[in-house]
Design a protein around this ligand. Sequence first.
Ligand SMILES: NC(=O)c1ccc[n+]([C@@H]2O[C@H](COP(=O)([O-])OP(=O)(O)OC[C@H]3O[C@@H](n4cnc5c(N)ncnc54)[C@H](O)[C@@H]3O)[C@@H](O)[C@H]2O)c1
Length: 321
Amino acid sequence: MAPPPSAPAHLKSIKIAIIGAGSVGTTTAYALLLSGLASDIVLIDIDKRRAEGEAMDMSHAAHFAQAKVRAGETYADCAGAAAVIITAGVNQKPGQTRMDLVKTNYALFRDVVPQVAAAAPDTILIVATNPVDVLTHAAHKFSGFPVERVIGSGTAMDTTRFRHELGRHYGVNPRNVHAAIIGEHGDSQLPVWSLATIAGMRLRDYCAQGGIEYDEAAMDACARRTRQAAYEIIQRKGKTNYGVASVLVSILEPIITNGDALVTVSRVGTFAGVEDVALSMPCKLNREGAHQLKVPLLLSKEEEEGLRKSALSIKEVIESV
Ligand SMILES: NC(=O)c1ccc[n+]([C@@H]2O[C@H](COP(=O)([O-])OP(=O)(O)OC[C@H]3O[C@@H](n4cnc5c(N)ncnc54)[C@H](O)[C@@H]3O)[C@@H](O)[C@H]2O)c1
């Protein structure tokens, strides 16, 4: 079914496949459907009936949107997709860290990624399954794709949470807070305080200019709540899905529209002197994938050291699987 004539011309035949029709996969499919960015959304799950049921239900929502949603039979249904989002795998139970999931989800990637890559050799892989940095590295290895075309959602989620926290503290819209969390989507992540700005002013300058106290303890609490957010949500509802789904669509948007947007996502590279590891730094996203910035982030000495520690802790897990 062709999308309705009202769809913008450049979006008319955008197919996106989503592997894993669980909480993250289906919420992402729904957010994508409502965004109008894709014309064809395919849900693939090892539990085919689940994928079918979700696609049937969502196809009734599609009546109000501009896309077709269907269940895929096999990974071959990824053929022709502009991007394939991988959300399949086990999720954290209360008290578990993301790294606790590594063995099960790594084995799943070893099985699934080569099949997806064979079906859609030109696609862009977007990894959401945790531990996302280790699995972004695995997806790069198992697909044989260039590093630009294997993107982990990484700390795009944490960066969103961090801006939310800072926006609440300073009483401004989080969109007007520029601040990033880099490194691991996990416990060794770090906030880049030295480059955090509101209205173009670094936080300390913003406070001095406004006659407000720069409250170090409150800033630490913002970073701590950012780091702990998933644990807190999982303790209450058993999973996280809305935030990550919106973040995945925000990663897809500049890929589909060739938008050159700067987004903090995970990809394979050398970071703080640690080679062949995947972690998040601001990258330029467009239809060719995620590109490292030509102008590297100007980090403080402590931040550079924090990034190195984060890289080494991810690398240790990569080498252990
Ligand atoms: N990156 C992030 O910010 C972020 C946020 C939330 C969750 N996650 C991660 O996303 C993953 C999924 O979480 P969820 O809450 O959706 O879990 P879920 O249990 O609701 O869904 C997982 C789905 O994967 C399917 N699946 C399992 N093996 C498969 C295979 N080989 N092929 C296709 N489908 C398969 C299952 O049948 C299930 O439907 C977890 O690893 C979780 O930790 C990441």
